[in-house]
Design a protein around this ligand. Sequence first.
Ligand SMILES: [Zn+2]
Length: 409
Amino acid sequence: MSGTITHCRACGAPFGPVFCDLGVMAVANSYLPPEADPTAEPRFPLRAMVCSDCRMVQLDHVVDAHGIFRDYAYFSSASSSWLKHCLNFCATMTNRLNLGPQSLVIEVASNDGYLLKNFVASGVPCLGIEPAENVAAVARAAGVPTEAVFLTPDSAAAIVQRLGRRADLVVANNVLAHVPDINGFTQGLAALLAPEGVLSVEAPHLLAQVDGVQFDTIYHEHYAYWSLLAVEHLFTRHGLTVFDVETLPTHGGSLRILASPTPRPASAALRALRQLEAARGLASDAFYQGFGARVSGVLSGFRDWLAVQKRRGRRVAAYGAAAKGNTFLNAAGVTAADLLAVADLSPAKQGRLLPGSHVPVVSPEALLALAPDEILILPWNIAPEVVAQLRAAGFSGGLWTAVPEMRRW
Ligand SMILES: [Zn+2]
């Protein structure tokens, strides 16, 4: 199933202004085997719209979720800074909610168990819900109980019935963006929660996305882009009251939003962020308009830089075959003739071609063996970590990021 929609997937109101139109693109996580016919690669419109009512920013062309997620070649455990972030989260929540052997933690989109393994280690009962069968199997092998299902009201009810209880903590990190049926999913989250339970959701913050011109976080798997305003509209409709929020540096600026079926007083941080979003005009059309022109500016800055490198005969490569890099390269019109290769730590991607641009993916060692002069780091959010790795491996050439502007590290 895929198709174009004209009304908000959350509240049903008609779309207002265009937020960002990136044209027609290959699906960002569909890495091609080298023998694939590049002309047969499916491409879909990639355009984000703003809801005229609840202000949820969302794609107006929905690509089939099953086709994307069932063979998803992404394993969270690849980034060490993200693992540390998760460890800290588990310690904080264990303390704050007094979690112990009597508690239950459920994580939705639990991936390979990277977060829940911390609860397993400290003796807090937990369950992962992970739609990708191959990824769920990796989690189970690591000792993290995991069910391979999509979260829906029905699958949530079945889990609650089987366990004979609801959860004290439900975690949904970086998953709200990935859900086409956002109402069914949120209803499922609410159904998993005990009356006094806490839902913790992390999502990249639209305000940070706009301020950092982070257009490359837009791709077909990301159906929606969240402000506190839009999350509160959504949760309120499903009986969940937001009571606290924290801003985090992850993914270029994220929110950790805490909500509960039982209303609690709004924290000072929550009141302050509501005021900030109101002052920046997130309820108005003007805030969203003009983003597209700033995206064009970033892309032309990169194209100019690439043209200079080519003119000088510099050998340019890239690092990090993640989804945001694919959006960036395809929006910039980069082809395999422009880059030597792109390095990635994930063996599942090595030996394949990037979708759209068809740049070959190699291991970091193989990339350095090609002796590039300049390396463009595509996942700018983990640039310091990548810079340290490449310098430790002996690379002495230029290291760059391109968002929100060309920067030499
Ligand atoms: Zn809406």
